[in-house]
Write a protein that binds this ligand. Sequence first.
Ligand SMILES: *Cc1c(COP(=O)(O)O)cnc(C)c1O
Length: 435
Amino acid sequence: MKYYSTNKQASDASLEEAVIRGLASDKGLYMPYEIKSLPQSFYDEIENFSFQEIAYRVADAFFGEDVPADVLKQIVYDTLNFDAPVVKVKDHIYSLELFHGPTLAFKDVGGRFMARLLGYFIRKEGKRMVNVLVATSGDTGSAVANGFLGVEGIHVYVLYPKGKVSEIQEKQFTTLGQNITAIEVDGSFDDCQALVKNAFMDKELKEHMLLTSANSINVARFLPQAFYYFYAYAQMKKLGKADNLVICVPSGNFGNITAGLFGKMMGLPIKRFVAANNRNDIFYQYLKTGIYLPRPSVATIANAMDVGNPSNFARILDLYKGDYNAIVNDIDGEAYTDEQIRETVQKTFEETGYLLDPHGACGYRALAENLKPDETGVFLETAHPAKFLQTVESIIGMKVAIPEKLQAFMKRKKQSIPLSKDFYAFKSYLMHGSK
Ligand SMILES: *Cc1c(COP(=O)(O)O)cnc(C)c1O
């Protein structure tokens, strides 16, 4: 399968090139030339398949031309050794829990899949070491670091802002060792991102070492998220609730929902999508006005959605050939303030006993307010509430049990490389290591 750039100014890429480069040379995002439909017989029987079996069929449609069947199957099966169950919250509204992976957030699937696919390409080509740079405000770093842990031929540098991530988040990427290095930058998340961007533009550095990025612009990270939507549909079908299915996605960079839209184009019978925003409501405003106006992000309690210029918007536009009417036909939107998010977490817990995290709360509320009487809704619960411990505990006024997996991280020892936000210090570290 060939991939083109959404900016149409770069040459086409193979899957391998698209995965290793991340972003196209014209700064566009890679898109596959073809989105293959899956046969009706697959949808007829989908409820009888396991998560791994469903995911392999979807992965085969995306990557089957470029990766041998046995290798692809192994990658899918290794990636998905945890479940993503659908849980009923109240009548007509279900939670698809995407927090049963190693770092308890949905980004685990993309991180693990990309690590394994990149690992395969490197082994195949006998390539020199690939270095993955990733700037994080919390969740991406842990998912990517845990996904790549122990993958031969790859070294990961996680850059994070000193003192600005929670202790739980920090422990998830600073305690791993092996091929994972955490760089604690004396600066903000934007400073971290600027260091990564500058590194990609530095000729001398790029001659010295092979660099790639692992955020949701990378096709190997964002496409596997489509697995979730097929599995959600299968589970709803098993419950006899798959007609008029609406899926709601708490969205920041819009990688997750874009993967869902790919699923719909492959024939998955989802009636429509709802994108839930926090106060960073750039997409919501676009749906209302047809005008896309990026602006600097503001901090909210659903911080993984604090994005002021969602990178995957370019993919959505491309998917719908810029047709605004077609976009609003498939996607609706809602947006909530911190106050509304708090209220939703508290009321839902009181009324149903279900504890939402701040991101899932946007998704749940968007369905509660947007669903029509004949529709059934599934929202993606993108992270475990214990990942936002202080916020959630202060809302419900109760202690939240910390899952075993998180506790294990808490007991380990933090190791990080402290650096200033000066690019030359970072470059010198990458080229010569710390002395
Ligand atoms: C990353 C993230 C999101 C937003 O996902 P996008 O693909 O960037 O839209 C939502 N919730 C949580 C918990 C996340 O970590």
